[in-house]
Write a protein that binds this ligand. Structure first.
Ligand code: CDP
Length: 223
């Protein structure tokens, strides 16, 4: 598919900090519109996991780049396969979220994942979830949303999400990790977490998921 054709395909970019609810909202918006869905964070988590399996430190960019370039990953519905193995639950562990955030600071790792992310832009449309969807990967997205919530609300959501998956979790530790991750994501020099000009801001602290989804759909209709 040529890039000229691709640019006609609508993209809704949903960016925001950790546990802001962007994944849930993005998936539901995609479902309602019949659009494709890109979970860009999963790619960074997969680099975190694949490097962990090979005993590679998240500090060594030169060793991480080939891993990012050659990720053998398959998205099937809501399951994610790495080298044919279902790793959907494993990559959701907090330790993989931390590793993801550590590998994501390296420009070479980010660069290695660009084309893979842009390939998700397929007809009839795409909802892309991440931190740099509007600022770097899909700068021409028709609708740009920056989703936030207070750190406390996000820690509570992440807690419930982990418990529901059968992982153990401590809310105070989660809050601290989340603040650390916010700081790393916002302060890195390459593609820092930041709302772009023209983005719709949505604070979901006291919103239901349904309300957030409806708001995004309304914006998309008007954009
Ligand atoms: O759900 P949560 O926001 O905690 O995590 P995620 O979206 O799966 O992303 C995990 C980590 O990957 C983030 O902390 C970011 O450092 C990184 N990431 C990124 O740098 N750029 C993206 N487009 C998506 C994720």
């Amino acid at each position: 598919m040529s890039s000229a054709n691709q640019s006609n395909i609508p993209v809704i970019a949903i960016d925001g900090p950790t546990a802001s609810g962007k994944g849930t909202v993005a998936q539901l918006v995609a479902q309602r519109l019949g659009y494709h869905y890109l979970d860009s964070g999963a790619l960074y988590r997969l680099v975190g996991l694949a490097s962990f399996q090979r005993g590679i430190s998240t500090a060594v960019e030169a060793d991480l780049i080939p891993i990012a370039q050659n990720l053998n990953v398959n998205f099937q519905g809501d399951r994610i396969f790495l080298e044919g193995q279902d790793v959907s639950d494993q990559i959701r562990q907090e330790v993989m979220g931390q590793r993801a955030s550590e590998v994501a600071v390296h420009p070479g790792v980010r660069q290695a994942l660009v084309a893979r992310q842009q390939a998700f832009r397929q007809s009839p449309g795409l909802v892309a979830d991440g931190r740099d969807m509007a600022s770097v990967i899909f700068t021409d997205a028709q609708t740009k949303v920056f989703l936030t919530a207070t750190a406390e609300a996000r820690a509570e959501r992440r807690y419930k999400q982990l418990i529901a998956k059968g992982f153990s979790a401590n809310i105070d530790v989660l809050l601290q990790d989340l603040r650390e991750r916010d700081a790393r994501d916002a302060n890195r020099s390459n593609s820092p977490l930041k709302a772009v000009e023209g983005a719709h801001h949505l604070d979901t602290t006291s919103m239901t998921i349904e309300e957030a989804v409806n708001q995004v759909l309304k914006w998309h209709q008007a954009d």
